[in-house]
Write a protein that binds this ligand. Structure first.
Ligand SMILES: *Cc1c(COP(=O)(O)O)cnc(C)c1O
Length: 241
């Protein structure tokens, strides 16, 4: 595996090129470093390389990893959040990308107001309509925006999507373009700003940036193939000793 600083320089160059091609400023795009299945050592290395925002997809995994990691990073939840994990999630994460039901919005608001947290939330939109994916169908989003705007503790800042996994990342482009168009429509309809677009992963972040992504969620391209559950259990056991 090449040194992370070298990989990061290359990714930043790709980002800058994608921004240039689409007339955007590279300042508009930030990397969310996805450390799921990696241990606190990887978090530390990434933090030292200059990454500041980290993504995890499971509350339980984050609950042991975050306290063991360097303090300073901003932690984002990018995976499905179960209602019974909302309280734990709000203790760990300042931003939740994967809000996918109105019930979850209400539950987040109720716990956040109780604990005095003010999380930033994004609504996950299932643009491609794949049944295996979570997220709101586009037509369900206006009701969710209304519900989120009625919440005093939550700040709705944008939208998130996952493109279908396709061999050629160009095939994911229409999904990213569609999310941006939907965002523009809802901004107009509600007279609000939804500045964050969380879209693009290791294999498709370039078209995502060209189509307006502000947060790209990168795991594999930065940290290599993810370790197995067995490796993770070992890291966890080591951390508990
Ligand atoms: C794992 C994960 C990522 C990162 O995926 P890579 O392909 O490793 O970059 C991004 N978003 C979500 C929601 C994930 O679960």
């Amino acid at each position: 595996m090449r040194p992370l600083t070298e990989i990061l320089a290359e990714v930043s160059e790709n980002l800058a090129d994608a921004c240039r091609r689409s007339g955007r400023s590279p300042d508009e795009v930030e990397i969310i470093a996805v450390t799921k299945t990696h241990g606190p050592d990887v978090v530390r290395e990434a933090w030292e390389a200059g990454l500041a925002k980290f993504g995890e997809n499971k509350v339980q995994e984050a609950a042991w990893k975050i306290p063991e990691s360097v303090s300073g990073p901003e932690w984002h939840l990018i995976g499905h959040l179960q209602r019974n994990k909302v309280r734990a999630a709000l203790e760990l994460f300042s931003t939740i990308h994967s809000v996918d039901s109105v019930e979850l919005i209400r539950r987040l608001e109720s716990i956040a107001s109780e604990c005095g947290c003010t999380p930033e939330i994004l609504l996950e939109v299932n643009v491609s309509g794949e049944s295996s994916k979570s997220g709101f169908a586009p037509e369900a989003v206006p009701a969710a925006i209304e519900a989120a705007l009625a919440c005093r503790s939550l700040t709705l800042s944008g939208l998130m999507t996952m493109a279908p996994f396709v061999p050629d990342p160009e095939m994911a482009r229409p999904v990213f373009a569609r999310l941006r168009e939907l965002r523009d429509t809802w901004e107009r309809d509600f007279g609000i700003g939804l500045p964050r677009l969380s879209m693009g992963m290791s294999h498709d972040y370039i078209p995502a940036v060209e189509e307006g992504a502000t947060w790209i969620r990168l795991g594999t391209v930065l940290f290599g193939a993810r370790p197995t559950l067995r490796d993770l259990a070992k890291a966890q056991a080591a951390a508990l000793l």
